[in-house]
Design a protein around this ligand. Sequence first.
Ligand SMILES: *Cc1c(COP(=O)(O)O)cnc(C)c1O
Length: 376
Amino acid sequence: MCPVPERYSIMSTARTLVTPKSLIRPEVLALSAYHVPPSSGFIKLDAMENPYGLPAELRAELSQAMSEAAINRYPDASAFLLKEDIRRLTGLPDGMDVLLGNGSDEIIQILAMALAQQNAVLLSVEPSFVMYKMIATFCGMRYVGVPLAEDFSLDLKATLVAIEREQPALVFLAYPNNPTGNLFDAEAVKQIIQASPGLVIVDEAYYAFASDSFIPLLSQFNNLLVMRTYSKLGMAGLRLGFLAGPTEWLSQFEKLRLPYNVGVLPQLVVRKLLQHHDVLLSQAAEIKLERTRLLGNLAHIEGIKTYPSEANFILLRVKRATDIFEGLKQRHILIKNLSGGHPALNDCLRVTVGAAQENDSFIAALKDTINQLAQG
Ligand SMILES: *Cc1c(COP(=O)(O)O)cnc(C)c1O
């Protein structure tokens, strides 16, 4: 064996100590990591997942296809066939293309990386999806959040003033919005697109549960792009999102997409599932029915205010949100506690619409918790 040369053995003492604090960008040090709580053993109503499994025949078809997949090979880097399927199913207007992301989170990151010139601004509304701010920050864009009105509708005037003042390179609007669940007024969104000097991304993560979309308007505005994900439609575990818009823009963003960001198995399984799109859409229809039923049940519980939803979750305002959240947890039900985050969400909870039995368990546990809190 070779002896370790002398100069290596003294190096560690001679060098000044490198720490994360001395080396990592201050804006990264200041971030807190996106927190995902452990959920094993819980009825999981915290993350807008589709509660339903797939029919047995479809599962068998998937197993067969996966067993034959060439996982020793890199995936098709352009994911050509998958993109064709998405284009067709989404009904993209002519001249529009798609960019695929490992979840739509990755697409937000690609956009921010591409547009993060010195002093460039990413603007969104608040409260909304927290990743806009987080990704802006770690990609070196300045984030500006414009408060929504008290009923969580767009404050159009304030938003237009902020756009004029900040000249954002990138505007994100979640349509429907997360975590509030409402669809913004489409005319107001159009005015924002019109007034924006940069790109506007309409984030349609919940399109499957909503009554409106900006996809048909893509060809009307040259600064509009629409982002979607299949996560909320039943494929959260596969990680696939896409951005739809003019090729002129997407071909630039393509340069930042890592070549194999969508693996062999996600490409294959998403394609199979899109061939059975009707199964997923009927599950979404079921979730919408459950959403109506859940809203009805919640309306009968005193001290709870619900907000209208075009998504697969419901925002609630309660008394003592954190106590209720903890009470539900003790009863093995996991929802999202939004209290203590954005001030407009004080005493707010967000519950994902689950399967009928899960929703019933949630309602029963909620009533039980409220009764217990009233007594003690
Ligand atoms: C869930 C969600 C996303 C991200 O979904 P992915 O799983 O990363 O595709 C994006 N935007 C909004 C508004 C969401 O709620």
